[in-house]
Design a protein around this ligand. Sequence first.
Ligand code: ZN
Length: 365
Amino acid sequence: MERLVLKASDVFIFIYLKKIMIILAAVIATLVVLFISIGYYLSAPVYQGPVSDHFTGKEFISPGGVKAKGLGEVLQWMVKREQGPWTEIKDNKGTTLPTERIDSGLHITFINHTTFLIQVDGINILTDPVWSERTSPFTWAGPKRMRQPGVKMEDLPPIDFIVLSHNHYDHLDITTVQELVKKHQPKIITPLGVKAFLHEEEIKGVQDMDWWDEKKLTNNISIQAVPAQHFSGRGMFDRDKTLWCGYIFKRKTGNLYFAGDTGYNETTFKEIGEKCAPIQVSILPIGAYKPTWFMQNIHTSPEDAVKIFVETKTEWAVASHFGTFPLADDGQTEPIEELKEALNKYKINPEKFLPLREGSKLELK
Ligand SMILES: [Zn+2]
């Protein structure tokens, strides 16, 4: 029988390999701990409250139980990603300064992404304000701004209200909100649970709303939170732990619908149209919809937005959620091109559903 005899050099290699394995395991363990710690640190406070038809006691659910895709599908998308073209546009030409206040009537100025300055019957409202360079928890990584805001922050008129549709980074940009609070002290309206995150950031004057809650903003205008098909979360442990919503601004001469961030389904928008009629103007998302298999649960395509326009019986619509941050695989101009095609398909006058240029506005009486 042959005996296994280890040479001195074999023993040396064995000890050396063992050391490398131990160091490698320690590095991997440290990275995992670091990753989980960052995920925990970024997570927003979890909402606690009574169970409802869209809150299980632990998490919120979209109409029909539609959910955003999970980590496995995110990885699948990342591996096969085919992104359309984007180019950085350094300046927005031909923008005009907003008026200080509009005593009566309605001006909607497109600033970027889902940020609009709504000037209505004497008050100024900002939706989902984002002026940061990236929509991310980090200043060095995450979707980068490809176009400057249509209105500089220093050129804003006094801001009375900020409405936030949910807590994703491209809608709740905490740096922007902090700057606006310092300068304008606006009241802030949020969906259930988001107030706690803003309080943690020392921001006061925040009111949470559940779907269908209604509050008075002034004697002439009230706001109602309405359902949306989306999800929420800022870190690893807060997925769907706070609510997402759209808002209806109710006024005597016709209501305004800000849809926030939503996917399409056949019931939600018909219900909003019936309960909140007449809707004079809607702000509807048209971007971040490709690839369809991944995005359709959470984001509308231009054609979906046109269906919402029809189902809510809206008179005018303005497009949002396109052209600023490359969040999905649709290229920079694809949403506008596909919106034109969808309006043509549904035989709708293209002047009734406008993809406004950043810094330009829709004026209605
Ligand atoms: Zn979102």
